[in-house]
Design a protein around this ligand. Structure first.
Ligand code: SF4
Ligand code: MG
Length: 326
């Protein structure tokens, strides 16, 4: 398979007034053409910061990459010049954000915003660009696209706006899309429709997709593989179905146990105790140990590496065998 994106040993730090926040601490992952990687974790786990580093949109300063490399279609992205990065970001990789309303320009019609992509990157005339905008709106199934192309973002519902964001991201047929919590702000039924649309377009266009989410429930049907992040590290990685059937890390197990299930109606929902650590003071040893129901003495002192626990599976837990077994 063609490796589209390869992130190796990525470290990102933020200088804050209270000290150095270690947001990403040695992340490795890869995405092949046409493949969907779901990156899962609570807020502050480093999943968005990793994505911003890939896209080249980290606010720097205060955020900066202190170690690691990012390869995209074989090119060493971090060594590219600013202009080459900008072109890459415009045409070959695109990002979809959670909040379409703030990502879209409120004083430009959606047709102008979509058309702008074709004017700037493809040199189309305004008229042709507008025709392409209508096509795109059709493609993401916005009803009456021709009539609505002159409407402004606030005139659309949340779900429709998110479709417009997807259209913007896909306009230039990128090879990689990073979607950061693309459906979190939407109602549950709309969530499913938007996720389905995204997955369908991704398959049709054979794009690589990184789907960032805190919700294990939304990725089961669309992802090929999952990376679970905690305190800026990947703590478990596996093909999607294996993780649901047999998690190999207590944190993943906790996340799975806290998904509401229809067959357990009325039962109290499990919640992982405590909160994720401050990135200014990540606990020594296994960073999950203060919250882990399986923690032993060794967990306080020795940081677990990402053990190979099966084909294409990794777990950063000293007791992964027990976790898999129990
Ligand atoms: Fe829990 Fe220890 Fe495994 Fe960390 S290494 S997840 S603390 S059992
Ligand atoms: Mg985030």
């Amino acid at each position: 398979m063609d490796t589209l994106l390869d992130v190796r040993d990525l470290h990102v730090e933020f200088r804050t007034r209270d000290g150095v926040a270690k947001a990403v601490n040695g992340v490795n992952y890869s995405v092949n053409a046409g493949e969907t990687l779901a990156v899962l974790g609570e807020s502050g786990s480093g999943k968005s910061v990793t994505a911003q580093a890939i896209m080249g949109i980290l606010d720097s300063p205060p955020g900066h990459i202190t170690r690691g490399r990012i390869f995209f279609q074989g090119a060493d992205v971090l060594s590219l010049h600013r202009e080459a990065r900008r072109v890459l970001r415009g045409a070959r990789m695109a990002m979809i954000f959670q909040d379409a309303l703030s990502a879209l320009n409120p004083v430009l019609s959606v047709g102008d915003q979509l058309g702008e992509m074709f004017v700037v990157h493809r040199g189309l005339s305004r008229r042709d660009a507008r025709a392409r905008a209508v096509e795109l709106m059709d493609r993401v199934r916005i009803p009456a696209a021709r009539q609505r192309v002159g409407d402004y973002p606030h005139q659309f519902s949340g779900g429709m706006r998110q479709r417009i964001m997807i259209a913007m991201a896909m306009a230039l047929e990128p090879d990689l899309i990073i979607a950061d919590e693309p459906t979190t702000a939407l109602d549950v039924t709309v969530q499913a429709q938007v996720m389905e649309l995204l997955a369908e377009l991704q398959r049709e266009m054979r794009m690589g997709l990184i789907l960032i989410t805190h919700d294990l429930g939304v990725v089961a049907d669309v992802a090929d593989k999952i990376a679970v992040m905690y305190a800026g590290r990947i703590v478990e990685t596996a093909p999607v179905h294996q993780i649901y059937q047999r998690p190999a890390h207590p944190y993943t197990k906790g996340l799975l146990d806290s998904i509401p299930r229809l067959d357990q109606k009325g039962q109290e929902l499990y919640a992982i105790k405590g909160l994720p650590p401050s990135l200014l003071r990540i606990p020594p040893g296994c960073p999950f140990h203060p919250r882990c129901p399986m923690a032993q003495e060794v967990c306080r002192t020795d940081e677990p590496p990402l053990y190979e626990v099966g084909p294409k599976r990794g777990s950063a837990c000293h007791f992964w065998k027990e976790t898999l077994g129990g």
